[in-house]
Design a binder for this molecule. Structure first.
Ligand code: CO
Length: 215
C-alpha cells in the first residue's frame, strides 16, 4: 500500500469513528456552512487551523500560503477574503503565523529560490520596515521569530487596507482583524494585534467610497 492509499484508508476509519459518535454527523455538517472565522495561515503542515483551535469542520473558513501573507494583488487570497466577508459574513479574520517559519527564515537569507523569490520579497519588505529592531539579533532563529511577529502584524494591517474589509466596515463593525502567532514547541496561540473598524489607520490607505472613479 502506498502513502496515498493509506490516506484513503485512514479516511474510512475517520468516517466510521465520527458516525459511531454521532450518526448524523455528516448530515448536519453538509447542511450549512456558517463559519464565524476566516483563517489566513501558513501552509506549514504543523499548523492546521482546526486542530490548533480545537474546532470542528464548518467552523473556520481557511486560506493558507507560505508565511501567511496578505498580498494585495493575490487573486486567490482576495477571492477567499471577498467570499468570507461578503457571503459568509465572518465576524473575525485571523492571520496566524508561527515561530520557526521556514518562509520567513528563507527571506532573511540571500539564497536564490527561483519563483519563490517573488513571494519571499514581500517578507524582505517587512524586514526593511523594522531593520533597526531586527539587525540587532545575532542568532538567526531569534531574528526569524522576531520577524515572524512583525510579519503577522504587517499582514493584519494589509487586511485593513483592502477595500473589501473597509467596505464591510461602512455598515457593520465586522470583520474584526486579529493576528496571532503559534508556538510549534508548545502549541500555544499568542495574540499579537487586533484591529477594529475604528482603530486608527494611515489615512492614505482609507478609501472614500463616495468618490468612486472606477467601479
Ligand atoms: Co511557515
Amino acid at each position: 500500500m502506498n502513502e496515498y492509499e493509506k490516506l484513503l484508508l485512514q479516511n474510512k476509519s475517520w468516517v466510521t469513528e465520527k458516525i459511531d459518535q454521532d450518526e448524523n454527523y455528516f448530515i448536519h455538517l453538509a447542511e450549512l456552512q456558517k463559519p464565524e472565522f476566516l483563517w489566513i495561515g501558513c501552509s506549514d503542515s504543523r499548523v492546521p487551523a482546526n486542530e490548533v483551535t480545537n474546532t470542528e469542520p464548518g467552523e473556520i473558513f481557511v486560506h493558507r500560503n507560505i508565511a501567511n501573507l496578505v498580498v494585495n494583488t493575490d487573486l486567490n487570497m482576495l477571492s477567499v477574503l471577498k467570499y468570507a466577508v461578503e457571503v459568509l459574513k465572518v465576524k473575525h479574520i485571523i492571520v496566524c503565523g508561527h515561530y520557526g517559519c521556514g518562509g520567513v527564515k528563507a527571506a532573511i537569507t540571500n539564497h536564490h529560490f527561483g519563483l519563490l523569490n517573488k513571494w519571499l520579497r514581500n517578507i524582505k519588505d517587512v524586514y526593511r520596515l523594522h531593520f533597526n529592531e531586527l539587525d540587532k539579533y545575532e542568532n538567526v532563529d531569534e531574528k526569524t521569530d522576531a520577524l515572524v511577529e512583525f510579519n503577522i502584524i504587517e499582514q493584519v494591517n494589509n487586511l485593513a487596507k483592502t477595500s473589501i474589509v473597509q467596505n464591510s466596515w461602512r455598515n457593520s463593525e465586522y470583520p474584526v482583524l486579529h493576528g496571532c502567532v503559534y508556538g510549534l514547541k508548545n502549541g500555544i496561540l499568542k495574540d499579537l494585534i487586533t484591529i477594529y473598524k475604528n482603530s486608527p489607520m494611515d489615512l492614505l490607505y482609507k478609501f472614500d467610497f463616495d468618490s468612486i472613479i472606477v467601479e
